[in-house]
Design a binder for this molecule. Structure first.
Ligand SMILES: C[S@@+](CC[C@H](N)C(=O)[O-])C[C@H]1O[C@@H](n2cnc3c(N)ncnc32)[C@H](O)[C@@H]1O
Length: 273
């Protein structure tokens, strides 16, 4: 099996990426809470958030499982876990076990969790089936595997702008070259069924952002993180890249410009008893 950590997390662990992930946690807290309701997460449950990053859904899990439950945050990137330690301390969240390990080759006991959750991990790795099968290994019989990932179908800005078109096309090409599927969200229910899970459920959410909202400028953020790869793979020169980025940011600052964000797809399935 390919090692994820040997290939690296495509978006890295820069300060900007870590800051984005903390904002993301706050943006998607409501959606994560509704997913927890779908799978009936309750006090006393044992839950793991795989690829938890600097917070993931660790605070929500801790709140819902209570003091009689168990919450583990697993991530292969030590810098992300350092950040998680800081974030948990800042928010006075105690009792979370943080484990630095590669999900695809981890040392956690098989069948030890009632809920195995990931958010935006599959989106960022080129082997979704391996992720879901590793998660399924960790679930108890009767336990749930819960996935939250993106589908790019809705991602656009209005009014349209040529720099959005050029940069988003260049970014998708760089993602595909890294083996990543920007439309993986719609495939989640099928992945769960393939892994042998039953009672598969599905939900979807789309956000709209305006100037000043933290995710209004996610395309420029991703494009900067992928700059070198984009310059290598697209026909954009360095000068054109910088000009497009500048024009796009100015457009996204216009009071009437809004962005429709990636669709968040949530899918969950139960491991047969
Ligand atoms: C996009 S971030 C998502 C963080 C968090 N789940 C959230 O929703 O904010 C993906 C995280 O997965 C971690 N990761 C990537 N590959 C991994 C692997 N094979 N095993 C465990 N964690 C991994 C990265 O280090 C990163 O922290």
């Amino acid at each position: 099996m390919t090692s994820a950590s040997s290939r690296g997390y495509a978006l890295g662990a820069s300060d900007a990426e870590r800051a984005r992930l903390i904002v993301q946690h706050d943006i998607y807290r409501g959606e994560a809470a509704s997913l927890a309701e779908h799978i009936g997460l309750r006090p006393g449950s044992h839950a793991v958030d795989v690829g938890c990053g600097p917070l993931g859904v660790l605070d929500l899990l801790t709140e819902l499982v209570g003091s009689s439950g168990r919450v583990v945050g697993l991530d292969s990137e030590p810098r992300m876990l350092d950040m998680a330690r800081t974030t948990l301390a800042e928010r006075s969240i105690t009792g979370v076990e943080l484990v630095c390990d590669d999900l695809l080759d981890d040392d956690l006991d098989a069948e030890s969790f009632d809920v195995v959750h990931e958010r935006f991990l599959i989106t960022n790795l080129p082997y979704p089936r391996d992720v879901v099968s590793s998660m399924t290994r960790l679930a108890k019989p009767g336990g749930y595997v819960a996935l939250e990932d993106i589908d790019c179908i809705s991602w656009t800005c209005h009014p349209p702008h040529p720099s959005w078109g050029r940069l988003s096309a260049a970014l998708l090409t760089a993602w595909y070259a890294a083996g990543l599927d920007a439309y993986v969200g719609r495939k989640l229910p099928g992945l769960l069924r393939e892994a042998g899970l039953v009672d598969v459920g599905l939900d979807a959410h789309v956000n709209v952002w305006r100037p000043g909202d933290p995710y209004q400028k996610t395309l420029p953020h991703f494009v900067r993180e992928f700059r070198e790869r984009i310059l290598r793979l697209s026909d954009l020169t360095e000068q054109e890249f910088d000009r497009c980025l500048h024009e796009l940011e100015a457009h996204l600052d216009q009071p009437t410009t809004f962005t429709l964000y990636n669709t968040l797809i949530q899918a969950w399935g139960r491991k047969p008893e």
